[in-house]
Structures are given as structure tokens and as C-alpha cells.
Design a protein around this ligand. Structure first.
Ligand code: DCS
Length: 474
């Protein structure tokens, strides 16, 4: 086996979730444990925790999956089951897709790419070219393609945030490139300064690395911070000065829980607002159907948009996309629905809006509730989630527990997380899986457990934490 495969790590589905799956299987087999179910807080997978899908999206998708339903002889029955705008949307999609069982264009269905371009234009106020948009198998495959195409040789370095979502570190190690870490500042609510970026790139170059790109995750995963417009301008200026490609991961762009204080600004909008001097700054922005209020993770829908990327590079990207033939069509349909949902006046608009608002407000409440639970615990501090789906609390681990962790050949935060799983059935991911300042320990938890179970969820963690500290108190 290729050594790069054996060496790669991806903590979001690492040792903790593997043990959690095993415990879940034991419960299913009737074994008695300290808890009656495993709560998977290791992954931003809302529908795994019973978040309901958006009705309109499933209505249109189901009609596209079974076009027979649209036949004239079925219309009377159909109109009792589906709203007129869902029927009309499915017809338009099928007219432009043909059979959803056929391979599509390797960059994605042109009609859908045109709709994504319209979404970007209305979001940012600047034009978007459908030919510069690639639909992908979730944002993951777009990220992997970009990092692969960037890595000309093993001296290539790619700047990634610490803490970071380990898709980046894993992909960089799989192509044998070098991660060039820049640290987010926990005391500044995971803020990012260009001084830190400069320090990071200088260290990378001193180590002989050819630093090619800067990854920004905004809103952050696992840290949940949202960048200010001013900070985005500074980052773009830094990339322009250092001739770096900007990779802007914006999959949580609608998970914005403090919209007044910390609204979302796309890197594309800010870049194009900065004028002539930056007209050649290269940017690739990523989006996904897995997040937001829709959480259609399993559909594997996503896209990336290329800005100021050379036509020759776009041709290479097209060639790479054609090797895997095409992104799955049901995911492409979900991208179309995500970027062009019902609008005011449509038959489904009221229901769509109430579903989206209901999920949004519940996420907002749960983010606040879990952060306050963590902050109430001895030795834990936790920044608020300005966005995304996670909290990343910092934990002070007693020396005795540090020693016990060493005995168990585990990082202290992994030892703590494993003890939490065994005691409560709650599966989180240790901070070591995302990277963290040396000498600090964290874990990442989603705030996705159902709201009606949330108080019980929080008190389980509180009880576990008190027991853990009492057991290992110095
Ligand atoms: C910042 C970020 N980028 C890209 C992705 C990839 O998403 P898709 O491939 O599904 O579009 C994720 C998924 N979030 C992972 C999965 O769930 N929890 C996480 O941390 C993510 O958090």
C-alpha cells in the first residue's frame, strides 16, 4: 500500500467515532451500557440527528427521481400531493437534465451552473461566469482537486489555519505537499492577524517551501469565527503581496448566528470591491449542500467558483473533472435548489421560509445553550459560535489525568473525550485532531442534538465532567 495512505489521519472519523460506532452496535445487540444511545457530536451531519429535510427540496428531488409521476394521466392525483411550483421546478430541471441516470457534463449540468452563477451574482453584486463554476461531490472533492493540482512537487507548501478542518491536512499529506500552519488566536475569539500570516509564510520559506496558497475557512471549523470585511481585505492584500492563491472555504456561509455583529462577507465580493490593483488576485471559493439549514450531506452536492484563474488552468481542471466523469446528478439538483430556493410569491415560499427560519433559530439557541454549559464547567472556557455548527472548548486537564493518558498512549484531550464517550455515549473529537497551540487541550462538539433532548444532553456532560475532575483531581 502507498505509504502516504498509511500515514494519513482524519480525526472527524478517527478512533473516537470508530469506538462510538462499536458501542452503538453493542447497544443494538442488547448490551447494557451507561447510556441507552450514542450521540454522534463528532460530525456536522444534521439529518443523522433527526433534523428534518426541507420539504420543497425533497418534493422536487422525488419528482426528478420518478418522472413517471409527471405523466398527464397522473396529474390530478399529483396536484393533490405536490404544490404547483415543485411540479414546475421538476419539469424545468428534467427538461435541462434529460435523464438523471445519465452522466452529465463533467463540470456539472450547464443549466445548474448558470443558476449557481445567478445566485453568486445576487449574493455579491458582481457577475459570475458559469464556465468558471465546477459542481462537485460535496465541497470535499473540490478541495482535493485544487490541492492536487497545486502540488507540483513535494516542496510546495499550503498555508492552513490551526485549528483546521482535517480535510486540509489529510489532503495535503496525501499529495505529499507541506502544510504551512498559521495559528488562530483563541483569546481574540479565533481572530487572524496578517502578522501571524507573515510569520507563518516566512517560516515556511525558511524551511525551503514554495508556498503557493492560503486556505481560509470562513465561518471557521472547528472554531466558528466569522471574519470581518476589514480582516478579509487584509487577507486578500496579504495574498496579493505574497502571490498566493486564496482558497476560501465558505460552506457555512448561511450558518451565521450573529448576523448583525458578524455578518458573512464572501471573499469574492470583497475581492471585486477592492478594485483594479487586485484584478489578478486568484481565488477559488467552495460551497456545499451539507451545511446551512439544509444539511443534505449524503447527497454529496457542492461547487467551487474560480476567480481570475488562467484559462489553461481551467482546462486542466476540466480534464481532471472528466476523469471521474461527473458529479452525481442528485447532488447537482440539490445545489440548484440550495442556490435558487422558492422566492416570495411562490406557492412553497411560506413553508420553505418557516422551515429554514425554524432550523436557523434552533441552531442559534443550541449554540448559545451548549457554550454556556461548557463555560459553566470547572476548568473549561469556550468561545461563542459566531457561525458553523461547532464549539471548540478549551479544557484544563489535571496532571493525574495527563499521566493516565500517557499510560493509555493517548493525547490528554483524546483520553478525556474517550472517557466522556464511555460515560455518556456522547462522541466528540479531541482537539488534537484539528491542531491547537502547544500545551492547550480542546475538544470539538457539534450543537446538533435535537433541541428537545438538549437539556439532558448538557446535564450528562456536566455530570461526566465533575466525575472526571473528582477522579483525577491533583
Ligand atoms: C469547513 C468544511 N469544508 C468542507 C467540508 C466538506 O463538506 P462536504 O464534502 O460534505 O461538502 C466540511 C464538512 N464538515 C465535516 C463533516 O462533518 N463535520 C465536519 O467537520 C467542512 O466542515
Amino acid at each position: 500500500m502507498h505509504p502516504l495512505i498509511k500515514n494519513v489521519e482524519y480525526a472527524v472519523r478517527g478512533a473516537l467515532p470508530i469506538r462510538a460506532e462499536a458501542l452503538s452496535a453493542e447497544l443494538k445487540a442488547g448490551k447494557k451500557l451507561n447510556f441507552d444511545k450514542v450521540v454522534f457530536c463528532n460530525i456536522g451531519n444534521p439529518q443523522q440527528l433527526n433534523q428534518k429535510p426541507i420539504t420543497f427540496f425533497r418534493q422536487v428531488s422525488s419528482l426528478c427521481e420518478n418522472p413517471e409521476l409527471l405523466a398527464p394521466e397522473n396529474r390530478e392525483l399529483l396536484s393533490k400531493l405536490y404544490p404547483a411550483d415543485a411540479i414546475a421546478r421538476a419539469e424545468v430541471l428534467l427538461k435541462n437534465i434529460g435523464s438523471i441516470g445519465a452522466y452529465s457534463h463533467s463540470k456539472g449540468i450547464p443549466f445548474i451552473r448558470e443558476n449557481v452563477a445567478k445566485f453568486i451574482e445576487s449574493r455579491d453584486g458582481y457577475s459570475a461566469n458559469p464556465e468558471h463554476i465546477f459542481l462537485t461531490q460535496g465541497a470535499s472533492s473540490g478541495v482535493q482537486t485544487m490541492i492536487q493540482i497545486l502540488t507540483q512537487n513535494t516542496s510546495v507548501g499550503i498555508m492552513i489555519p490551526i485549528p483546521q478542518y482535517p480535510l486540509y491536512s489529510a489532503t495535503i499529506s496525501l499529495v505529499d505537499a507541506a502544510p504551512i500552519p498559521y495559528y488562530l488566536n483563541e483569546e481574540e475569539n479565533w481572530g487572524l492577524s496578517t502578522e501571524d500570516l507573515k510569520k507563518s509564510i516566512e517560516e515556511g520559506r525558511k524551511a525551503g517551501k514554495d508556498v503557493r496558497a492560503l486556505v481560509i475557512i470562513n465561518p471557521g471549523n472547528p472554531t466558528g469565527q466569522c471574519l470581518s470585511e476589514q480582516n478579509i481585505r487584509e487577507i486578500i492584500d496579504f495574498c496579493h503581496k505574497e502571490r498566493l492563491l486564496l482558497l476560501a472555504d465558505e460552506v457555512y456561509q448561511t450558518n451565521i448566528y450573529m448576523p448583525k455583529e458578524r455578518p458573512f462577507h464572501s471573499f469574492k465580493k470583497v475581492l471585486l470591491s477592492m478594485g483594479e490593483k487586485y484584478k489578478d488576485q486568484e481565488l477559488v471559493s467552495f460551497h456545499s449542500t451539507s451545511k446551512g439549514m439544509i444539511g443534505e450531506c449524503g447527497r454529496r452536492g457542492g461547487y467551487f467558483e474560480c476567480v481570475n484563474i488562467d484559462e489553461g488552468v481551467l482546462e486542466q481542471l476540466y480534464k481532471i473533472s472528466s476523469i471521474s466523469l461527473c458529479p452525481n446528478v442528485s447532488g447537482q439538483i440539490m445545489v440548484d435548489l440550495m442556490t435558487n430556493p422558492p422566492v416570495e410569491g411562490d406557492a412553497s415560499y411560506a413553508k420553505y421560509k418557516s422551515e429554514i427560519d425554524g432550523i436557523f433559530q434552533s441552531l442559534q439557541r443550541r449554540a448559545i445553550k451548549l457554550a454556556s454549559c461548557f463555560n459553566s464547567l470547572e476548568g473549561i472556557t469556550c468561545n461563542a459560535a459566531e457561525g458553523a455548527m461547532y464549539l471548540f472548548p478549551r479544557i484544563t486537564i489535571p496532571q493525574k489525568a495527563v499521566e493516565a493518558a500517557k499510560e493509555a498512549k493517548m493525547a490528554p484531550d483524546a483520553f478525556y473525550s474517550m472517557a466522556m464517550l464511555d460515560a455518556t455515549g456522547v462522541c466528540v473529537v479531541p482537539g488534537s485532531g484539528f491542531g491547537q497551540e502547544a500545551g492547550t487541550w480542546h475538544f470539538r462538539s457539534t450543537f446538533l442534538p435535537e433541541e428537545n433532548l438538549f437539556d439532558g444532553f448538557c446535564s450528562k456532560i456536566e455530570d461526566f465532567h465533575k466525575d472526571f475532575l473528582n477522579k483525577y483531581r491533583d
